[in-house]
Design a protein around this ligand. Sequence first.
Ligand code: NAD
Length: 502
Amino acid sequence: MTVLVHPTALKDHKVRDFRMLIDGRWEEAKGAPIDRIAPSHGVMVSRVAAGTKSDAERAILSARRAFDVGPWPGMTGAERSAVLLRAADLIAARAEELAYLDAIEAGKPISQVRGEIAGSVDIWRYAAALARTLHGESYNTLGDGTLGVVLREAIGVVSIITPWNFPFLIVAQKLPFALAAGCTAVVKPSELTSGSTVLLGEILMEAGLPAGVVNIVTGTGPEVGAVMTTHPAVDMVSFTGSTAIGRLTMANAAQTLKKVSLELGGKNPQIVFPDADLDAFIDAAVFGAYFNAGECCNAGSRLILHASIAGDVVRRIADHAAKVRVGDPLDPETQVGAIITPQHLEKISAYIDGAQKTGAEVTHGGETLNFGMGQFMAPTILSGVQPDMAVAREEVFGPVLSVLTFQTREEAIAIANSIDYGLSAGVWSRDFDTCLTIGRKVRAGTIWMNTFMDGASELPFGGFKQSGLGRELGHHAVEDYTEIKTLNMHIGARTSWWVPKG
Ligand code: NAD
């Protein structure tokens, strides 16, 4: 059973056309645009310019000029901060428009996206503060003849490539920090969800960002993204997306030794001990698995339950999952929206079939939902999953929860660490030692203790192992967009190296 929220036909929607922002000017695509069909309603909702290789090259050269000639990198932190704060205010003022676009292009529940836009405003404000506090180091301890100063300089031109699952939030985890450091950028959103990023371009122009500092080139990965990861005028690539394309991005960037920051996939465990507050956990399990329809790098898609509680816990999660409201993303009561594309829905279904063939059991859901428009999937629980099954090791990226069991703490840690991903994990226990041991031994960038998928602009986020490289958010984020330069200064007469002393 699933609570169904039937989408109603889009009556007032006007198809929006999105252009590209290159060197401070808005440009149409030269070729046919890319049509976006709403995953929830099955009708075209926007058309986005299909950028070409030459558009990407012009954008990169514009960002290069804006960096090399200025004024952006040479402005004071206070001046850059003021622009970022104005941008944050303008995002807040256009929050409803931005939320609607992400909801309709990505199929996300509108109430959830409103939260993402509010979170993005906070991140832009936080990055604005970092623009004023970024600093290097000085060494006055090297003797009378030497003063050392370590500068943090903006790294230069940054290519920013984002996925479809959190279109506005993810660009907020990158761009304001790059701008705070004094970098210039070329941004490419996913071709499936470009609208809100293009609106961000309008907002940044209105906020007073000089032309060329941010360029937005829409289009596909192989056409636009490939140039952004190989072009010699780019200094750094900040990429969020799949591990497969992350690997390709790193290989491409290696040709010119660009710095690379990667936020990739996850298969995140929640480890639950019998002494946990199970009421709190059941809610977090359902939230962790089905938030954003499971199309979430942080999804808690692997439950590792102590065998003594597994049967009862799974029954309670199933009862809770049955109350989740699935359907129309534009209904404020909806909790789970649509699946991004028909092809992706097929991929999720294939994982469920494959799991059943290898011995797992569908305890809840498992079926696609037919509303007569769009594509949807029921919240699903797979029990009896073994650690070597594909559904326990690979990112399904859908509302599918895999349940595994353990007997000892060591076994739980071994199962959690047995896969290639290491983005995040949760541990549930009232025992301090248990939480801290799991927190220290599980190899993941974030460990939640007695909660799941909480976050703050101040807290760094990123992955171990094949979940990524580098950290976003927190004060480390702005440092990631800098180069370190040493000024080694001599004071007084310098001793010649070849004249013998005395
Ligand atoms: P994807 O890798 O298919 O695409 C991501 C971006 O890369 C898109 O803009 C795409 O156009 C571009 N791209 C594709 N081919 C390219 C190429 N050859 N060169 C350069 N760019 C190219 O990922 P997706 O399907 O859009 O997003 C889902 C994935 O993103 C999942 O694996 C998810 O876990 C991951 N993700 C990770 C995080 C994180 O913070 N760790 C956050 C969100 C999503």
